[in-house]
Ligand binder design. Sequence first.
Ligand SMILES: Cc1ncc(COP(=O)(O)O)c(C=O)c1O
Length: 409
Amino acid sequence: MNPTRPNLAGWVRSSNNVTQQFLSLGGRPDVVSLAGGLPGSEFYPVDAVRSATGRALDRWGAQALEYGPVEGFPALRASIAKRIAAANDAPVGIDNVLLTAGAMQGLDLLGKTLIDPGDLIVAQFPTYLGALDAWRPRNPSYAKLDWQLDRPGLDDVLSDAKFVYAVPNFSNPTGVLVPTEHRKALLSKVHAAGTWLVEDDPYLPLQIDGSAGPSILALDAASRLGNVYDGPVVYLGTLSKSIAPGFRVGWVVAEPRLIETLALAKQSTDLSSSMFAQAVALELIESDIEATHVPMMVRHYRERRDALCASAARHLSEWFSWDVPPGGMFVWLRATNPAIDTNQLYTFALEEKVAFVPSSVFDPAGELRDAMRLNFTRSTPDMLDEGIRRLARAVRRYLASSAPDRGTC
Ligand SMILES: Cc1ncc(COP(=O)(O)O)c(C=O)c1O
């Protein structure tokens, strides 16, 4: 007889394993996966990492294999503080920085630290799926930030919000680059409302056409005196897109009291991030590998983005429209045919052995059904073209089917 065990926590019922599904599709050779949010793995700097590992062990010895301070390996913390200070012309010191296991852990710790059940988050819409996942156990509610900042009532909504969440550079999922004027306007509303603004910036290095905008952190720092940042912006960064996601090295930059509280939350999550990964990452940063590595990678990403968009223009423009993203990793296709529900299309796409991410998972309410996210960084131009051809076949079959309600993904 099976013993009766306690039920799982309530939030699990409203959760899903969409991210795991999409990551696992990447391992199926018969499927062209345009779904994952992964860099091109052939560009990971394996040789540079090998020699950086040797240098890190020579330099730090057993210290690189220890538990570390919960705030992060001090030498890397100082190096990231210097880099953020220089890039943003901001008074960012070591006390403003918490090193995390990727930006994802920063999102999780912010949830742990800031969100009580029912708290309101004003999130850029559509919203990064990982952030929704990270915060689901805290049971927040959401309001949409669509950058129409003169919308009546927005100021009241912001006053009620625990924080605002935005990905202004080449957003996930839309690839949108938020104009500087919108960033400034949002910042002044955040000041007026007395709330926090979480600026998630993983795609900063992937500038394909021209440059990214000034960070909201930089815009805020410009009006501050003093040598420690003490404003309302909480800035997240990562090495996942500029070097490799396997490092799991990211950072949160915020005012020192929030950093202390986030460190308290991190202590009960993992005691400390991997000292080994942080020591190797420090060697890579000090060797300035990104200065050559990132431009090489971006050249390939430009070719891939253009290949995907050209193929979409040939095969999908009858049913979808899109903007060519100026950077990042994704193209966001919006259905121009109102009969298309991308949750339903997904089933037909998998039958054709191509995967994408339907828009519903980027909506806290799950209601956005007319768009999809396609990744262009992981596949070669030929694979992208093949994936788009398969997608076009799936759309044709889907629209021809008399019973479109085939469930959801
Ligand atoms: C907007 C956004 N934030 C955070 C992350 C997490 O990045 P990391 O690999 O640093 O955890 C991603 C990853 O794709 C992302 O798209």
